[in-house]
Design a binder for this molecule. Sequence first.
Ligand code: ATP
Length: 298
Amino acid sequence: MNSDPRTWHAHAKINLALHVTGKRPDGYHLIESLAVFTRFGDRVEIELADSDGFSVSGKYAPAVPLDGGNLAVKARDTLRQEAGLQHAPPVVIRLEKNLPVASGVGGGSSDAAAVLRGLVQSWGLDIGENELARIGLSLGADVPMCLAAKPLIASGVGEELSVVPNFPALGLVLVNPGTAVSTADVFNALEKRDNEGLPPLPRGFDFHSVRNWLEITRNDLEPAARAIQPAIGKALSVLNRAGAGFARMSGSGATCFGLFETGNVAKRAAVDIRSRQPDWFVAATRSIASEADAHGQD
Ligand code: ATP
């Protein structure tokens, strides 16, 4: 029983700001983060088939598991289990892995979110957003925000979401100097965990107000990540030299983002950076605005 394959976007998650505000007794860190999601990302193709299958293509395919350890496969298995759907039709999942792995842009979480969304449609499930977010959270703290895929403030361990209305699409360049960074190592290396939360958001959003607000925020993981992986500092300098209005590390690194006034300026900067650092991951992209359709399948 084969169906037409459908493709779902798995967006990169960019933490524009990330404050670490505490640590729970179970070891999870409390955060407050303004996150956006980019047009650039992985792609997940889902097709009803005679038996389950999974394959990975794309530049970063060699860096991810090909078995049940892949978050895309875990998402399928967990949805079957949690929704009591052991007999849901088999599906073939084809993942195009364009995002660097263990790089602070939530690629695995976003793949899981895309599979959940795709399967809800392919299997014709009647599952509410809250229930889907609950299933997503069992796969990882960042999966619920990747399901939302809109500008939002994430708090708690990242699962308490408040969508930010009227947030514009931003021109971004993502740069990774080719080094994976372990999220656990970065959190373990933190010297201070009880930092203050995010300041109030500006009243209106344009490039300048967003940049000014970013100037008074931080990524509390950046100093620890830079100490572990000094190439992060180089990536930030390269973005600044290419004309970014603002540059910062996302998540636990090592991917850094530069903020540019328009998508075209971002594209030109990316060409410039690629010519200087041909071995790095460099992508010019735009973030998804609050009012845009985040889930559009191809
Ligand atoms: P975060 O920003 O949430 O910390 P990240 O971008 O740093 O995420 P991921 O790219 O999601 O990290 O990878 C984290 C780990 O998950 C890697 O060690 C990787 O082997 C494993 N993994 C399993 N499935 C995937 C997948 N589909 N894509 C990426 N990594 C995956």
